[in-house]
Design a protein around this ligand. Structure first.
Ligand code: ADP
Ligand code: MG
Length: 262
């Protein structure tokens, strides 16, 4: 199985999980890495942001998790070379009660991935999680090798982080001993805003090397891109937001390479 399965988690909505998933994925696909995104949010924003038509979402992650189709049958091409996705649709919101009585429900995604014939061909799998510490997120953490946490540079950023860390610890202890947080990405940073700078400094002071050097600035081109069905780095590669995501992708490559070498 692919060693780089990265769950992008934060129980808050609107912090940049999906934006980070599609731009990192596109950046790494652009340098020849083979990438799979699992859209694990019933809102399907990653699917929309990559221009996946609604007609293509009928065979979605919901059908995969409920065993109607195989994992590999769920995989769709995107408009970008090397970038694949298992899309999501609103039906996914019904999966948690359906699996409620299943034994080992936390392992459902992991075992489907383990049984996939094609999973090994991906260099990175990114799981775009819903804004909740729900079964779907626990499933993603159970299947993942690491958790990436986008943190918005605002006053309440750190509130909720301790709960997220507790969930990761619990999954680490009970379900997935190889899981760790690697790392935290500061998003929507606004250097003209004192509070934004203060929050960034606080987070770096408390979480130190867990925090990526690259911060993602608030940038209007980043927010425009999804309505064109494109990652920002394709929509406007030269924008400050895109440049930051390209730099973040480099940082992730360096970190995963040194982890593999260790
Ligand atoms: N760096 C950024 N600059 C400006 N807007 C952003 C940035 N990152 C994300 N956004 C916008 O903020 C909103 C929430 O981002 P999103 O990635 O969907 O968050 P989440 O997946 O955590 O809910 C979206 O409208 C997105 O386009
Ligand atoms: Mg999202």
């Amino acid at each position: 199985m692919s060693s780089n399965v990265i769950a992008i988690c934060n129980q808050k909505g609107g912090v940049g999980k999906t934006t980070t998933a599609i731009n990192l994925a596109a950046a790494l696909a652009g340098i020849g890495k083979k990438i799979l995104i699992l859209d694990l949010d019933p809102q399907g924003n990653a699917s929309t942001g990559l221009g996946i038509e609604y007609s293509e979402r009928r065979n979605s992650i919901y059908e995969v998790l409920s065993n109607t189709i195989s994992f590999d049958e769920g995989v769709k091409k995107t408009n970008l070379e090397n970038l694949f996705i298992i899309p999501s649709n609103v039906e996914l919101s019904g999966i948690e009660p359906e699996l409620a009585n299943e034994n080992d429900k936390a392992f459902v995604l992991k075992s489907l991935m383990n049984n996939s014939d094609s999973i090994n061909k991906y260099d990175y799998v990114f799981i775009d999680c819903p804004p909740a510490l729900s079964l779907l997120t626990v499933m993603a953490m159970t299947a993942a090798s690491s958790v990436l946490v986008p943190l918005q540079c605002e006053f309440f950023a750190l509130e909720g982080l301790s709960q997220l860390i507790k969930t990761v610890d619990r999954v680490h202890k009970n379900l997935n001993p190889s899981l760790s947080i690697d790392g935290i990405i500061l998003t929507m940073f606004d250097k003209r805003n004192k509070l934004s700078t203060q929050v960034a400094m606080d987070v770096k002071k408390h979480l130190q090397e867990k925090v990526f050097d690259t911060m993602i600035p608030r940038n209007v081109r980043v927010s425009e891109a999804p309505s064109f069905g494109m990652p920002a780095i394709i929509y406007d590669r030269r924008s400050k937001g895109s440049q930051a995501y390209l730099q973040l992708a480099d940082e992730i490559l360096r970190r995963t390479n040194s982890k593999e070498a260790a």
